[in-house]
Design a protein. Structure first.
Length: 169
């Protein structure tokens, strides 16, 4: 009889555990719509133009895949690739590239991160969050400094912040 109770208890435990394991099989995440990504890129480009900068703006999805690319007519030929790499770095490391550039300098314990393929730790890349999760990254290249690139990227995010906050509700 005790064996039978043990067997039934084992079946109950196994039955309760199965749904828990199934919940770990799939994940759900959010990503920007192309329209919001484009709006953010256009706002960043406009911010840079107001300052007199000719830049490229890239928006990548949360996996680092390019979603939008805008290049102003006089931005350098290197700027599209550079802006994508900054945005990719921001989502990959979940940190803005201005701070990463400072914390990964020569002699720092994290300096080796600069040698990872596609990483570009120069200011101008910022992860975009909604409801505490990264949904995209934006990268700017072409302003006279990483800090100026960063400011334009932040202006792009600020232009769509209300839409990002509504997503979490």
């Amino acid at each position: 009889m005790n064996n039978r109770k043990g067997f039934v208890a084992g079946l109950l435990v196994a039955g309760l555990a199965a749904p828990l394991q199934a919940q770990d099989t799939l994940v759900t995440f959010r990503s920007l719509t192309p329209d919001v990504a484009l709006e953010m890129a256009q706002a960043a480009l406009a911010s840079c133009r107001e300052e007199g900068y000719q830049v490229a703006v890239a928006v990548v999805d949360r996996m680092g895949v390019p979603q939008v690319m805008l290049r102003d007519r006089f931005a350098g030929p290197h700027t599209p690739d550079t802006s994508v790499r900054k945005a990719w770095t921001a989502v990959s490391f979940r940190e803005n590239t201005l701070l990463m550039g400072e914390s990964t300098g020569p002699g720092s314990p994290q300096s080796g991160a600069r040698h990872i393929d596609n990483v570009l730790m120069i200011g101008g890349g910022i992860p975009v969050t909604a409801s505490g999760s990264i949904v995209a990254g934006i990268g700017i290249s072409g302003a006279p400094s990483g800090a100026a690139d960063h400011a334009c990227a932040q202006a792009g995010i600020d232009a769509v912040t209300e839409k990002l906050e509504l997503e979490g509700e």
